[in-house]
Design a protein around this ligand. Structure first.
Ligand code: DAK
Length: 261
């Protein structure tokens, strides 16, 4: 499937690469791009071969430099509300995709771009990446879930500081405060992310999906329900071929070959 604003490479090894690809606007999210991303996520959720989804930015400069300011500039309250709800819907679908998602941040991740990274499971950045929630400079606030995901990730005080000041911070600072897991030299970013994605692909897909479900879904539950979900999921996995294969492989001192059944 061809997209006007995205480049998608669904590879046979189970890793799908998605680049937000509007480099002339530093990959800013207009509504059309968000809707294309939604389509990709929906296709991904139906792809039995998929093991890991990686999101990045097309071109050299940006991951995503935010929502498209030109498009937003003419919106009234009703259109803005709809635009925000599209962003929420798409990022929620991304967060709930059953396979791990990785944000490979190769440049500016501002506003809606940082919110996209926050909706991914793992965030890796190049040493040239820059992060920020500069909406306050435009007289608005984050509209794609940033006011909720950012404080959950880095605490309310840090989130308030970033949003109040609109400061743009470097990758190292973003790692220090917990937005980013690791920072790699720009020339090595892709190979590092490939290696992490390949390692995840080598694990049992049922266990990986179960981990994501328990960790992400349970974070929205009370502790008792969350622990019950873990116990239930733990038990269910013992009905899988992957569990037999993983444990037999250990006892037979050989690498496991998981089939995802
Ligand atoms: N939108 C549209 N175009 C953008 C853009 C953006 N966010 N960011 C960059 N561009 C465009 C520039 O206009 C320029 O286009 P031309 O002039 O060449 O046609 C081109 O990309 C290259 O940008 P620059 O020439 O500015 O490049 P520099 O290297 O000098 O600067 C920069 C890079 C990233 C520092 C700068 O472009 C910049 O400050 N960009 C804006 C960053 C920003 O403010 N991002 C946050 C956007 S606000 C809501 C829904 C959603 C949101 C809020 C509310 N509701 C509906 C309630 C979300 C808001 C945001 O994300």
């Amino acid at each position: 499937m061809a997209y006007a604003n995205l480049t998608v490479d669904a590879r046979p090894d189970g890793i799908t690469w998605v680049a937000i690809d509007r480099p002339k606007a530093l990959n800013a999210f207009n509504a059309a791009t968000l809707l294309e991303l939604e389509q990709v996520i929906e296709e991904a959720s139906r792809d039995p071969n998929l093991r890991v989804l990686v999101l990045t930015g097309g071109g050299e400069k940006a991951f995503v430099a935010g929502a498209d300011i030109a498009e937003m500039s003419t919106m009234g309250p009703t259109k803005a509300r709809v635009f925000s709800s599209i962003g929420h819907r798409v990022f929620d679908k991304l967060e709930r995709l059953s396979v791990p998602t990785i944000a490979m941040v190769n440049g500016f991740a501002l506003g809606g771009g940082m919110e996209l990274a926050l909706a991914c499971d793992l965030v890796y950045a190049s040493d040239r990446a820059k992060f920020g929630q500069p909406e306050v400079n435009l007289g608005v606030i984050p509209g794609f879930g940033g006011t909720q995901r950012l404080p959950r990730k880095i605490g309310p005080q840090r989130a308030l500081e970033l949003c109040f000041t609109g400061d743009i911070i470097g990758a190292e600072k973003a790692r220090e405060i917990g937005i980013v897991l690791e920072v790699f030299p720009a020339a090595e970013l892709r190979e590092k992310v490939e290696a992490i994605a390949a390692k995840i692909c080598s694990k049992g897909p049922l266990a990986v999906a179960a981990l994501k479900r328990v960790i992400i879904e349970a974070s929205a539950c009370d502790p008792r329900t969350a622990n019950a979900l873990e116990q239930e999921t733990f038990g269910v996995l013992f009905g899988s071929e992957d569990q037999k294969e993983g444990m037999n492989a250990f006892l037979e001192k050989r690498p496991a070959k998981f089939g995802g059944h």
